[in-house]
Structures are given as structure tokens and as C-alpha cells.
Design a protein around this ligand. Structure first.
Ligand SMILES: [Zn+2]
Length: 302
């Protein structure tokens, strides 16, 4: 029998085959030794993985996709975690995406808000409430810096959204009647000029109402008992010390006021007339002095 002599090449081959066989037969041990190596060489382990990823981008992508498909919950959680930890990057990426896809973004947003009107309304309202201080400050700044432009923009908005504005105002009034009344009164007190202009404008726009009113008024003045003169008014103003009969603010412009309105049977004589600031006169309306003072006291107490 001829003795078999192995070449070094054959020896290496044999050893490799034996190794492969051993590995196949001892998977546990293989895993163990790999784990041991990894825990001892974390850097090398990471570098090796990175290298493999670089050299096998397709396989890497496929394996990542597979893992994500098989672990949707974990994947979602990972993404959420990453987003929480990298808000700047998320913002930048979102902005970039929107810039690059402006059209489809707008279309999507429009579609979304069309289909989720109620949700969107609640979200916007909540956002505005939470950020109202900043929003108001920004609006005020914008207004100061571009007064003309802003004024035009607001006028345009008001013209184009009459219904929305009316509905909102009605809602506010319904939900916070006291607050709205107080705000209105404050505005009127602080803007007497505008108030007068507004009334004049309203009167011009609705002449029929005022013709009837002034006719009625003239008729009442004519038929009412008593009569006062300009001197009576001057005397009364001096007797009041030049302040409003009701609220005591110094009078520049004043209305001659009937303590008991003519329409409630009051006289037009000097004993029934006082000088009142326009605000009090308008607010008093058809109330008697007693009723109006009660109303004022109630306001003060509130
Ligand atoms: Zn007054």
C-alpha cells in the first residue's frame, strides 16, 4: 500500500472541513464563543458591523426592512423615541420636506382640514389658547411694524369673513355676556370719538330708523308737559359743578337728559332736565333716573 502524503494545501483543506463540521455539530458552543468575543471586543464588533453595512448596502436595507416588518410596534416606538430626542432634527427635516414638496403639502393640509374640520378647530383653538401671549405679542409687533399693510389686511379679512366674525362674536357674547359687556363699555369709554363716528355712520346707513325716531322724539317734545330754555340748561350745568349728573366725570360735551324719559311720561320742564355725558345718556336710554342709578350701582358692585 502506498503511503499517502498530504500537501500543505490538502492539510489546510482538511482542517477547514473539520472546523466546519465541528461548528455544524456544536452550534451552542459556537454561539457562546462568538458572544464572548463580542463582549471582549465591542469596538471591533461595531466596526465589523459598520464595514459589513457599507459593503452590503442592499442586504443591510433589506434586513432592516424585514426587521421593521416583523416588529412594527418596536419600530414605531424607536421612531417615536428618536423624534422625542431630536426635536431640532425633526423640525428641520419637516421644514425641508415641506419646502421641497410645497404643492403636495398644501394639498394634503387642505384635504386634511377639510376632512377633520372639528378636530382642526379644536386643535387650533387649543394652540391659540396655550400660546395666546406670544401670538398677541407677535400680532402687535407685526401691526406696529407694518401698520398700513396690517390695517389693509385686517380690513380685507373683516370684509371677506363677515359671517364668521359675526358668528364668533355671537358665540363669545352667549358664553361670556358679562365680560363682553364690560369690554364693550370700556372700549366706548376709551374711544368716545370713534363711538360718535360709528353712531353717525350707523345713522347715515339707516336713515329710516332715525327719521322715525327723531319724528317720534320731536312729537314727544312738542306734546310733553313743561318747557326748558338754554338758560335753564346753563343753570343746571353750573348747579352740577360742570360734571356728569350720573357718573361725575368732568363734562366737555354733554347731552341734555330727561331724568324721567319723555316716553315714560316725563316732563320737558327744567325740573326734569340734567346734563349728562354722552355715554351715560346713551346707556340710560329709556330708563328712569332711579332705574339707571340702580343699574350703575349693580355695575359697580359686580
Ligand atoms: Zn356720565
Amino acid at each position: 500500500m502506498k503511503k499517502q502524503v498530504s500537501t500543505p494545501e490538502e492539510k489546510r483543506e482538511k482542517k477547514r472541513a473539520a472546523d466546519v463540521k465541528w461548528r455544524r455539530e456544536n452550534p451552542e458552543k459556537v454561539r457562546e464563543s462568538q458572544a464572548k468575543w463580542r463582549s471582549k471586543n465591542p469596538e471591533k464588533q461595531r466596526a465589523g458591523i459598520a464595514k459589513w453595512h457599507l459593503e452590503n448596502p442592499e442586504k443591510h436595507r433589506a434586513s432592516v426592512a424585514k426587521w421593521r416588518r416583523e416588529n412594527p410596534d418596536k419600530h414605531r416606538a424607536n421612531v417615536a423615541k428618536w423624534r422625542r430626542e431630536n426635536p431640532e432634527k425633526v423640525r428641520a427635516a419637516t421644514a425641508k420636506y415641506k419646502r421641497e414638496n410645497a404643492e403636495s403639502t398644501h394639498a394634503y393640509q387642505a384635504k386634511y382640514s377639510r376632512e377633520n374640520r372639528e378636530k382642526e378647530r379644536v386643535r387650533v383653538e387649543k394652540y391659540r389658547h396655550v400660546n395666546r401671549v406670544e401670538i398677541n405679542a407677535r400680532a402687535a409687533k407685526r401691526y406696529l411694524e407694518n401698520t398700513e399693510k396690517e390695517r389693509a389686511r385686517r380690513i380685507k379679512y373683516r370684509r371677506e369673513n363677515v359671517e364668521i366674525i359675526r358668528t364668533k362674536a355671537a358665540k363669545r357674547r352667549r358664553e361670556n355676556p358679562e365680560k363682553v359687556r364690560a369690554a364693550d363699555a370700556k372700549w366706548r369709554r376709551e374711544n368716545p370719538e370713534k363711538m360718535r363716528a360709528h353712531q353717525a355712520k350707523y345713522q347715515r346707513a339707516n336713515p329710516e330708523k332715525f327719521v322715525v325716531k327723531s319724528h317720534l322724539r320731536r312729537a314727544r317734545v312738542v306734546t310733553a308737559p313743561g318747557k326748558h330754555t338754554a338758560t335753564d340748561v346753563k343753570k343746571q350745568l353750573a348747579a352740577q359743578g360742570g360734571v356728569c349728573f350720573y357718573c361725575s366725570i368732568p363734562l366737555t360735551k354733554y347731552h341734555v337728559e330727561h331724568k324721567t324719559p319723555l316716553c315714560r311720561g316725563g316732563s320737558n320742564g327744567p325740573e326734569n332736565i340734567v346734563c349728562a355725558c354722552p355715554t351715560c345718556n346713551l346707556r340710560k336710554g329709556k330708563l328712569t333716573e332711579e332705574e339707571f342709578r340702580a343699574k350703575l350701582a349693580q355695575k359697580k358692585a359686580a
